[in-house]
Design a protein around this ligand. Structure first.
Ligand code: PLP
Length: 219
């Protein structure tokens, strides 16, 4: 029904290295569009909104991994812990603690990424780079969370100008892998979107979040 979605996914899967996974950013897309991407080989779906994720999850289910990539409100944590395999956007100890308590209730170890505000933009979510190691150490003590890496958006600039921000995030990621954290398994570096994923991969991303490149322009 959506041959262009199929073609886009096949082309991008061929283009990127095998160790890089695509997270299909599904906001505003119909379940049929998402299914077309899954049938073409997408194994991870990224959702920004809990309600949208809940209906998509009901329609598509556990044959794919579900990533939360939006800003998580404290009152939506319960549903998020139920649905998602990875919450990419933890950026405060308060949020981490709420997720930890909910994960305990749901009897789940919740994998999370820390979102870094690598451009230090006041209007953006994410922890400031200089506060990252303190947050990582705090999360490492929470028994029902498992820290798996970093996510960043970067400033809204052309892809080539994002390169230094991606490189800096990669350095923070390497530092985190070398830090003496005990319960973590630092593997995922989520950066790059439709306009910038090639640059992000060159700078070390192994998760890229693609919406437009898969589904076309958002309506
Ligand atoms: C929408 C979205 C994307 C994908 O954006 P595109 O430019 O359409 O590829 C990636 N990450 C996040 C957090 C998003 O909200």
């Amino acid at each position: 029904m959506y041959p262009y979605i199929h073609d886009n996914v096949r082309r991008i899967l061929k283009e990127i290295p095998p160790e890089v996974s695509i997270v299909a950013a599904a906001k505003t897309r119909t379940h049929d569009e998402i299914m077309a991407a899954v049938e073409a080989g997408i194994q991870r779906i990224g959702e920004n909104y809990i309600q949208e994720a809940a209906t998509a999850y009901d329609a598509i289910g556990g044959c794919v991994k579900w990533h939360f990539i939006g800003h998580l409100q404290l009152n939506k944590v319960k549903k998020a812990v139920e649905i998602f395999d990875l919450i990419e956007t933890v950026d405060s100890l308060e949020l981490a603690e709420v997720i930890d308590r909910q994960a305990a209730v749901s009897n789940k170890i919740m994998p999370v990424l820390i979102e870094v505000n690598i451009g230090r933009e006041t209007q953006k979510n994410g922890v400031m780079p200089e506060a990252l190691s303190e947050l990582a150490e705090a999360i490492d003590t929470l028994p029902n969370l498992q820290l798996r890496g970093l996510m960043t958006m970067g400033p809204y600039v052309p892809a080539e100008q994002l390169r230094p921000y991606f490189a800096e995030t990669r350095r923070l990621f390497d530092q985190m892998q070398q830090a003496k954290l005990v319960r973590t398994d630092i593997r995922y570096l989520s950066m790059g979107m439709s306009d910038s994923y090639r640059v992000a991969i060159e700078e070390g991303a192994n998760l890229v979040r693609l919406g437009t490149a898969i589904f076309g322009p958002r309506r």
